[in-house]
Design a protein around this ligand. Structure first.
Ligand SMILES: [Zn+2]
Length: 321
């Protein structure tokens, strides 16, 4: 009797908790509020947020939609995001098919909204999806998972430079009075990106191995710009299930070429990377597609540059003879 009662109490408590969570709009919220007297900028996800802050400086208030620890491929906005974006002057999104929700979202903004939306990947030579992504087209999953181009532009410092320049131009368009300040901060960011680019080029050029095995296909631009070949367990979306044939082929490739490391990433399950590694005798290492920061990385003060430099360190380790 007592036990049943306890179970009932526990069940009731759980229900209450659930109701409270639903009422609060459970799950992580985007951070930030509109600030009067500044250029308010809404960004879709982390790297764009970081670059927008670097270029906007004191003249801008930047609100990022995606909270820490959230993977951007399947995220969709909430009502507060519509309120904030309607009041903002700028809306920066990656484009290249990453945020499939954007057209619908922009249509849903307040009619009085004067926000200008910019696809910051404009001008980057995009990588076409290779057509071998049938496994992404599961029935019932809808268009969100069908990428026709690789959306992961920011993972290469070379494309990040183009994105930064686009953002600078957009700032100057909506706030020409502070043109010089935007320009100066942009040049500073550009210099840091050029340094990063030189490190990647210089170090990866010398590595004897050129092939990387990754969990989700997020390193196409990095591979293209720095002479690597990417083999991915999963497709362009990290939640697509691989076909067993892919895993078998990859496993053979890893064994044949004697590849030492399988890369995985923090925001996505490492199950398949670990399976492949244990099957082939390889080890696992992190390669971060910089799609968002984890809570830990946030506390640690990590940013695009520190995560990309960690990536370079791990690439050097993996690409040794
Ligand atoms: Zn991705």
């Amino acid at each position: 009797m007592k036990r049943t009662w306890r179970l009932k109490t526990a069940a009731a408590a759980l229900m209450t908790l659930l109701i409270v969570m639903l009422a609060a709009g459970c799950g992580p919220q985007s951070q930030g509020k509109i600030v009067e007297g500044k250029v308010n900028v809404v960004t879709t996800f982390y790297p764009i947020y970081e670059f927008a802050k670097a270029i906007g400086g004191d003249d801008a208030n930047v609100i990022n939609l995606l909270p820490a620890g959230v993977e951007p491929h399947d995220w969709t906005p909430r009502s507060q995001d519509i309120v904030n974006t309607s009041k903002a002057q700028l809306f920066f999104y990656n484009g290249a098919g990453l945020e499939g929700w954007v057209p619908q979202f922009l249509k849903g903004l307040n009619r009085s909204s004067k926000v200008k939306a910019y696809e910051v990947s404009q001008g980057i030579k995009l990588i076409e999806a290779d057509g071998e992504d049938e496994h992404e087209h599961h029935e019932g999953e809808g268009l969100r998972h069908q990428h026709h181009v690789d959306p992961h532009t920011w993972v290469s410092p070379k494309s990040a430079m183009i994105m930064a320049e686009n953002m600078k131009n957009s700032y100057i368009e909506v706030d020409p009075a502070h043109k010089d300040a935007y320009n100066e901060r942009y040049l500073n960011l550009k210099k840091r990106l050029e340094e990063l680019d030189r490190e990647f080029t210089g170090k990866l050029d010398k590595m004897p191995r050129k092939e990387i095995v990754v969990s989700h296909e997020a390193f196409g631009y990095l591979a293209r710009d720095y002479g690597l070949t990417q083999h991915a367990i999963m497709g362009l979306s990290p939640d697509a299930e691989p076909r067993s044939r892919d895993l078998l082929e990859l496993s053979n490739l890893v064994k044949e070429k004697g590849i030492h490391y399988i890369f995985f990433e923090e925001l996505v399950s490492d199950r398949l990377a670990k399976t492949l590694a244990s099957e082939t005798g390889a080890e696992v290492l992190v390669l971060n597609p910089v799609e968002g920061l984890t809570e830990d990385q946030l506390k640690h003060g990590d940013d695009y540059f520190s995560l990309m430099r960690n990536n370079l360190t791990n690439l050097i380790l993996a690409l040794q003879e």
